[in-house]
Design a protein around this ligand. Sequence first.
Ligand code: NAI
Length: 240
Amino acid sequence: MKVAIVTGGTRGIGRSISIELYKEGYKVIAIYQGNKATAQSLADEYPDIDVQTCDISREKDVSKIIKTIYETYGRIDCLINNAGITRDGYFLMMSTEKWGTVLNVNILGAVNISKSVLRYMKVKKNGGKVVNISSTSGVTGQIGQANYSATKGAIISLTKSWAKEFAADNINVNCVSPGFINTDMTSNLKNKAEIIENLIPLQRFGDPQEVAWLVAFLSSDKANYITGKNFVIDGGMIND
Ligand code: NAI
């Protein structure tokens, strides 16, 4: 059975990805931090999904959990770097702390876990798939989100570098950049109706399931000839 790791795999988009990959027949390990209740509800609903907690910004904890996963399941075929956080604010008022927190989770978190997983994939010589979750903010930039947008831009360029560096190992690395998706991250937006009317040609926010379908495709053998690419899924919002 193929093994897939989904960071932030218990909530929002990551939860839909975990469930979709589980339905596609993968052994799924969903990694989360905080939000115990949502993690527990996923574990209760899908006992075969292995729900584990780890702060991906801590390198030592990450290498420990990846080692355990590898020893338990004997393989890692797929990594979905989905965990991400926001600490929004106008640039001139954005504290160094807000920068550090977002950089640590969104960039270093993905770097830490990818370093461990790519090492196993390379040694095992069975190829593999990595799908990184960026954002349309990483492509276009966003007022009040300089820190978040910078990390999401970095995720796109990390995708391109890793795709080149690991192509010879038959490891495909791609990126998915969602626009506005209905999750906790967007639930507090006060101007939702205005965003829909003015910005989104398809006239609605996306569903996490719709992102999960794209991620599942990029994780599958159907995407064997695709690598180093960023796929925007945003209801037609941006010209990328
Ligand atoms: P969410 O806030 O619902 O879930 C985030 C997940 O990340 C949670 O499971 C949480 O436990 C995990 N997480 C956070 N910090 C972590 C850490 N240090 N270590 C391990 N896990 C950690 O987020 P949502 O909305 O589902 O977003 C998922 C991804 O999609 C993020 O990378 C986000 O930036 C991106 N995205 C979301 C959009 C949206 O409209 N919701 C739009 C564009 C991109």
